[in-house]
Design a protein around this ligand. Structure first.
Ligand SMILES: Nc1ncnc2c1ncn2[C@@H]1O[C@H](COP(=O)(O)OP(=O)(O)O)[C@@H](O)[C@H]1O
Ligand SMILES: [Mg+2]
Length: 230
């Protein structure tokens, strides 16, 4: 299917061998280009594990993950990392900004690593900062920012390589309601303006209900996959 971005077939993830934990149990799910989806479930239900599998950060015990119709299970570590850097962006609960670098340098970090054209990266970096309402803060140290601003810089960093999909694991978990709403509005705007697909892990039902599709996981099983009523 032309619109298919990501396809996971029968993914099972077992952690440990002496006292094994089945974190994911035969999960099949797919994401199309440009979708705006949330993933909900109780603490310990397997949300982060699923995100890590779909984001090629970890490999399943069994089952396959296809990205751009490529069987990622067959790829070596380095090829998987390359695919991840080119196609995916990540936002976590904690921002992981580098404190000794400026806002602009933090946003540009992925392009410094991938060795892109410097002038193009710089101009796109400014564009991204503007989109996130961070213009004027380019030269500030990351430590001088508020919590909401830091998370927006982290979002900017995730966008630098123009990912087809952003995977966000409880991205507003450390933010108050005002900043939560702002981050969420930005996700939606990026989704509309750039066509970026989003998979957002949240335990906030109010947030989940504003996405186009809700996945729910319980004890490692996908128990719901529904389009939101508009
Ligand atoms: N690295 C790990 N090693 C062992 N068990 C893990 C590991 N990561 C997660 N788990 C276990 O897998 C289950 C699912 O965890 P997780 O995916 O983090 O859930 P959630 O993100 O929904 O809170 C939990 O029982 C958790 O304790
Ligand atoms: Mg988690």
């Amino acid at each position: 299917m032309a619109d298919r971005l990501l396809q996971a077939n029968g993914i099972t993830k077992v952690y440990g061998s002496l006292a094994p934990t089945v974190a994911l149990n035969d999960v099949t799910v797919s994401l199309d280009h440009g979708e705006f989806v949330s993933l909900v479930g109780q603490s310990g239900s397997g949300k982060s594990t699923l995100l890590n599998m779909l984001g090629l950060l970890d490999t399943p015990t069994s089952g396959e993950v296809r990205l751009d119709d490529l069987k990622t299970n067959d790829l070596g570590k380095r090829a998987r990392a390359g695919l991840r850097n080119r196609r995916l962006g990540f936002v976590f609960q904690f921002h992981y900004l580098l404190p000794e670098f400026s806002v602009l340098e933090n946003v540009l970090m992925p392009t410094l690593i991938s060795g892109d054209n410097k002038a193009d990266a710089l101009s796109y970096g400014h564009e991204v900062l503007e989109l996130l309402g961070l213009s004027g803060l380019e030269n500030k140290s990351a430590t001088e920012l508020s919590g909401g601003q830091k998370q927006r810089v982290a979002i900017g960093r995730a966008l630098m390589n123009k990912p087809a999909l952003v995977l966000a694991d409880e991205p507003t978990g450390n933010l108050d309601t005002t900043n939560t709403d702002q981050v969420f509005r930005l996700f939606r705007q990026i989704n509309k303006d750039l066509g970026t697909a989003f998979l957002i892990v949240t335990h906030d039902r109010r947030i989940a209900q504003q996405t186009d599709r809700i996945l729910e996981i319980q004890d490692g099983k996908l128990i719901q996959d529904v389009l939101s009523p508009v």
